[in-house]
Design a protein around this ligand. Structure first.
Ligand SMILES: [Zn+2]
Length: 546
């Protein structure tokens, strides 16, 4: 009897210990703390030890030397992209902590991992493989400092990584080990859907979760259309019905003094992850949780959202997979016949009802003006406690304002090692020219080179203006032919068109040959366009190495 009692006591302690280990730091501290890197790794390895569904791999090593963990969750215990292909199941990627001060996604992905250890919602693994990056920016995560923006916890990490880079601005230039590792993951694991978890402040409202798809006009907007019409209504309903949280398309009041005017999405730049995934013809969710909600609400709402997403994809991942495959084929075969959009206007996508508040608008007194940032203008807008809903246009559609026809291929002149390396990292195919040949090309005639006034992400942004002129030129050996007939063709004009806002030229990759020595006279833009494009590769085949 006594012996049995001690055995039971021992087992109880063991069970408690066992479960205690899989409690997040946020839960343990009653949402006063967030996990450090070491806490996340202990949680993940503990989860891996208890479940044959969970594998921890190394995505990459951060600039400060930390392993960035990639969690692979599958019924099959998949450990590599090859094993995933053999399973016949597509992947969904959920990534947290790219901005390491925005922390609830990290806690929510750990809770999700625990659910699979405890065999909760295992049916969600029947049709898909779940990839998690719970702590994508580990160096920023552990630089704990006062959390100045969000409503708790008191301490949180930094936005930047170990190199002082904003990783959500690095998708095109690829300077960080973290984003290089992520793009490698895109090329190897090829997730059909990418979910990127953030926190946002801005306008006051009553929705803990906000979301957007890709909105850059050069991405595949048929995929974005599916997200707005099917995916988001579906997941928002699950989130509300099952978890009780409101959600809304991501945005801010267009005019903070007159909230009735509209609700504006501002995530249009190609360098943001949501648009980068869209430019690669993949589905994407940019989740922005509401920073004024307390930490516990943000964690639980974010957890509810990712659970809702996996419930949705469990039912729909096959149709989504078919759509991204079709988008790849369409891009490869037809994109060169389209236009590249250089400038756009933001127009109404649909109407949205923002659950918000009544606001009081006060004129700033002249003597107090220095206390407020210039963008405040003449007024302070204060939230009252009175609820008010605003049904307004949602400005989430980029409508072309200035476009240019696309070429059939680009020619990159020799000695552009950093450029070719960048293109290869993205997964773009470029063929090295082995034998010179004559070609009818378009050469960019530079009219203006305008470096930015201030530094941005370690760069002086270079603005180029000019026009193309037709010429017949000899394309020299060691140039590269980069055909538009490839699934990643949407990335090519973004990176290589001189007037593209996010071009490699803008990021300074072509600085060496832009001006003549001792002058500010434009010299050369080292990328040409081949117009007769679709046939170009075949025509010049013998000049091109394999
Ligand atoms: Zn963010």
């Amino acid at each position: 009897m006594k012996k049995a009692f001690f055995i039971i006591l021992f087992l109880t302690i063991l069970v408690n210990l066992f479960s205690a280990e899989l409690v997040t730091v946020a839960e343990q501290s009653d949402y006063k703390l967030t996990s450090a890197y070491k806490d996340v790794m202990e949680f993940l390895f503990s989860a891996q030890a208890r479940s044959d569904k969970i594998e921890i791999l190394r995505l990459t090593t951060s600039s400060e030397g930390r392993m960035v963990p990639l969690v692979v969750i599958s019924n099959e215990g998949i450990k590599s992209p090859k094993e995933m292909i053999l399973s016949g199941k597509p992947a969904v990627l959920i990534m947290a902590n790219i901005h390491a001060g925005e922390i609830e996604g990290k806690e929510a992905t750990l809770m999700l991992t625990r659910d699979f250890v405890e065999n909760k919602d295992n049916q969600h693994l029947e049709n898909q493989v779940v990839l998690l990056l719970p702590i994508f920016n580990p160096d920023g995560n552990d630089k704990f400092g006062k959390n100045r923006r969000d409503n708790g916890p008191e301490l949180a990490g930094t936005r930047y990584n170990g190199q002082y880079l904003d990783l959500n601005r690095d998708y095109l230039k690829l300077e960080s080990p973290e984003v290089r590792g992520l793009v490698k993951l895109f090329n190897q694991w090829d997730p059909v859907l990418v979910v990127d978890l953030h926190t946002t402040n801005g306008s006051y409202h009553r929705h803990p979760v906000t979301y957007t798809a890709n909105v850059n006009p050069n991405g595949d907007l048929s995929l974005a259309d599916y997200m707005w019409k099917r995916f988001f209504p579906g997941t928002a309903k699950i989130l509300k019905d099952t978890y009780g949280y409101d959600s809304i398309p991501y945005g801010n009041f267009t005019d903070r003094i007159q909230p009735g005017k509209g609700w504006s999405n501002d995530a249009f730049l190609a360098r943001f992850g949501n648009n980068y995934a869209g430019l690669r013809n993949r589905f994407v969710v940019l989740d922005e949780n509401y920073s004024y909600d307390d930490f516990k609400t943000r964690v639980l709402a974010c957890y509810g959202f990712i659970k809702s997403i996996l419930q949705y994809t469990h039912q729909h991942i096959r149709e989504m997979e078919e759509m991204v495959k079709a988008a790849d084929i369409n891009t490869k075969n037809n994109y060169a016949r389209e236009n590249f959009i250089l400038e756009f206007n933001e127009e109404k996508l649909f109407d949205v009802t923002v659950k918000s508040y009544e606001f009081q608008v006060e004129k700033i007194k002249e003597e107090d003006r220095s206390q407020y940032p210039p963008w405040f203008g003449d007024y302070i807008v204060k939230k009252t406690d009175v609820y008010k809903d605003y049904t307004v246009p949602y400005y989430g559609k980029a409508v072309p304002k200035r476009s240019i026809p696309l070429p059939g291929a680009y020619i990159l002149l020799p000695y552009q090692d950093a450029v070719i390396k960048n293109l290869q990292r993205h997964g773009i195919t470029a063929a090295k020219i082995k034998k010179p040949f004559q070609a009818e090309v378009e050469v960019f005639n530079i009219e203006e080179i305008k470096p930015a006034q201030r530094l941005y992400q370690g760069h002086v942004f270079i603005g180029l203006k000019g026009h193309y002129v037709p010429e017949t030129l000899t394309i020299s050996k060691n140039s590269y032919l980069i055909s538009m007939k490839q699934p990643l063709a949407r990335l090519l004009p973004v990176l290589l068109e001189p007037e593209s806002e996010d071009s490699l030229a803008a990021w300074g990759f072509f600085n060496r040959q832009l001006v003549s020595q001792w002058t500010d006279k434009p010299l050369l833009y080292p990328v040409y366009r081949l117009r007769k494009v679709i046939t170009a590769v075949e025509r010049y085949q013998e000049s091109v190495g394999q």
